[in-house]
Design a protein around this ligand. Structure first.
Ligand SMILES: Nc1ncnc2c1ncn2[C@@H]1O[C@H](COP(=O)(O)OP(=O)(O)OP(=O)(O)O)[C@@H](O)[C@H]1O
Ligand SMILES: [Mg+2]
Length: 547
């Protein structure tokens, strides 16, 4: 479906109307970027893109993976030089040669990847950017990380804490325009709530440019949204009830039309009781958070794992993938007891791990091809030969199936975030893996790519693979899983068929409440996001009203 340039209502495509608007109200804009272009070799990252931000607003920058969002942010904040374009801040034309320069112009960004030096502690990292300690501390408190020890080396902090450190550092500078590139993608629900709250408190004189693939966050905190597609600004939308559809249409263009059909792709019940499970976990424990995990994962199924933050799911995946060794319990693969001492042991048994944190899984300076072929290379050393032609074929097929935009493929770090994540999955697809352990694999992935990944997981399962999928997005469960197990306080407390696993049912199970039980009020303040808890409570009361 083509974008309708003349559509009425709250939406304006960036043709005549926006240009008119810009000339009339230019002086009222805090930031105005026009005709910004950037190419990398054959890749057009930005194509005459525009963005106009008013004081006091939270302005969403939306687009599919690779649409050019991060490039725009980097150009606005001096990290990347544009080929063309004009940037005006508070009525004055500004060119920023570096992030420090942009900072003097009032623009500060939290980039998509953590911007800390791993071997320095937090205090030294702050010193490098001459950040005010008092200001940093203040925002750290506001964001709920008051206990962070500043003498911790950055590399020892989990990704979520590093994101908060980056954010507190940016807030401490008190910029006119704060640019947040997928700040919430790697955060658990409670920290996301805090961040959204802080973003909303930025006052009438300042503005925030907010990037996220979660429309629910956009709807909750943004006033307007600029939509990018293939590097072009295709529309500016007032965010209000019902604007999601308009945003999706703009974002996906013609590709969007097919989306609904895929999303409804039916999920089949698969395993038969007489089958030998691919993986059996029996009373598995890591001696700390994971206390007693017992379940079976069958060939041909996608088994969902649902849990509130910190219930032992991280530890479960560590044990299954060979990253850690169990303290108690047993693990069977194809009915035979195994003990993994190292991830390589798991991989040898065909059990592979797809992490949410792609930086962990990728060799950033290497090519897409090399990253995907890593498991093949492991086989070269084992067997001493490899069929290069076949390898290339498999890799091409994986790149094709996942529709990885690999034009910038000479180094993985040049790919957009979503395309990087697809590379981590493509690797195992190409190697014909039998068991895939996916830990929140669609974090930071746009809705179209998500659908591709779901379809891929379903295809893999249909071809006989066994897939364990932990997801923090409860809506994904019904879309892709056959069954789901729920972990609470280190134990598997429930198993549901995915068909009955709507968000309310899953939330209730994740809080270890029996079906139909009331949700406690305290829950809203607890680990669940307040919004999710409220939704669940509403659903619960509706359900109670039915016979
Ligand atoms: N340094 C680079 N070298 C080559 N190509 C690049 C480079 N940086 C970005 N690109 C390409 O420019 C395009 C836009 O990338 P960008 O990172 O801006 O997308 P994005 O909208 O932020 O996507 P995502 O949602 O996946 O983070 C992509 O095709 C990407 O591969
Ligand atoms: Mg990006």
């Amino acid at each position: 479906m083509a974008v309708d340039a003349g559509s009425p209502g709250s939406t304006a495509t960036l043709s005549q109307s926006t240009r008119d608007l810009m000339t009339v109200t230019a002086t009222n804009l805090l930031l105005e970027a026009t005709d910004v272009s950037k190419t990398y070799g054959a890749v057009v990252a930005l194509d005459h893109a525009s963005l106009a931000v008013r004081p006091g607003e939270v302005h969403a920058l939306i687009g599919a993976n690779g649409a050019g969002k991060s490039t725009f942010v980097k150009i606005l904040t001096g990290a990347v030089r544009p080929d063309a374009g004009r940037i005006v801040v508070r009525g004055r034309e500004r060119t920023s040669q570096s992030p420090a320069d942009a900072r003097r112009n009032g623009l500060v960004s939290v980039y998509q990847e953590p911007a800390v030096i791993p071997d320095l502690d937090i205090r030294d990292n702050l010193r490098l950017t001459s950040t005010s300690l008092a200001g940093f501390r203040f925002w750290l408190n506001e964001l709920g990380l008051e206990n962070l020890d500043l003498s911790t080396p950055a590399r020892r902090l989990p990704l979520a804490s590093l994101r908060i450190v980056d954010l507190a550092r940016a807030l401490a500078i008190e910029p006119d325009v704060l640019l947040l590139d997928e700040i919430t993608a790697a955060l658990p629900a409670n920290l996301t709530e805090r961040v959204l709250h802080v973003v909303q408190q930025q006052g009438d004189e300042r503005a925030v440019i907010f990037i996220s693939h979660r429309l629910i966050e956009i709807a909750a905190i943004c006033d307007r949204a600029t939509v990018l597609r293939n590097g072009e600004t295709v529309g500016v939308v007032d965010v209000a009830a019902g604007s999601e559809e308009r945003i999706l249409d703009l974002m996906l263009g013609e590709a969007g039309a097919a989306l609904g059909e895929h999303a409804q792709s039916a999920v089949s019940a698969t395993h038969r009781p007489e089958q030998v499970p691919r993986i059996s976990a029996r009373n598995l424990s890591d001696g700390r958070r994971l206390r007693d995990a017992t379940f079976d994962l069958y060939p041909g199924e996608v088994l969902g794992v649902v849990a509130l933050d910190g219930q032992g799911q991280d530890e479960l995946f560590d044990l299954l993938s060979g990253a850690e060794r169990p303290a108690a319990g047993s693990l069977l693969v194809d009915g035979k007891p195994v003990s993994f001492h190292h991830p390589a042991d798991a991989i040898r048994m065909g059990v592979c791990f797809v992490a949410a944190d792609r930086a962990e899984a990728l060799l950033m300076q290497r090519s897409v091809r090399e990253n995907i072929s890593l498991p093949f290379s492991a086989r070269i050393t084992r067997w001493g030969w490899i069929d290069l032609g076949r390898e290339r074929q498999k890799i091409d097929k994986a790149v094709d199936t996942l529709q990885i935009d690999a034009r910038a493929g000479s180094e993985v770090r040049r790919l957009s975030g979503g395309n990087q994540q697809k590379v981590t999955i493509a690797r195992w697809v190409a190697s014909g893996v039998k068991t895939m352990l996916c830990f929140d694999p669609t974090r930071g992935i746009d809705i179209r790519t998500k659908t591709q990944i779901y379809m891929l997981l379903r295809e893999l399962a249909a071809a006989g693979a066994a897939i364990l999928l932990y997801t923090s997005e409860l809506k994904e469960v019904q879309l892709v899983c056959d069954r789901v197990i729920v972990i609470f306080n280190g134990e598997v407390v429930a198993e549901l068929p995915a068909g009955g696993a709507d968000e309310a049912a899953l939330l209730r199970a994740a809080h270890n409440l029996k079906p139909g039980a009331e949700l406690p009020e305290a829950m809203a303040a607890g680990t669940a996001t307040a919004k999710a808890a409220v939704e669940a409570a509403v659903e619960a009361s509706e359900a109670a009203g039915q016979p």
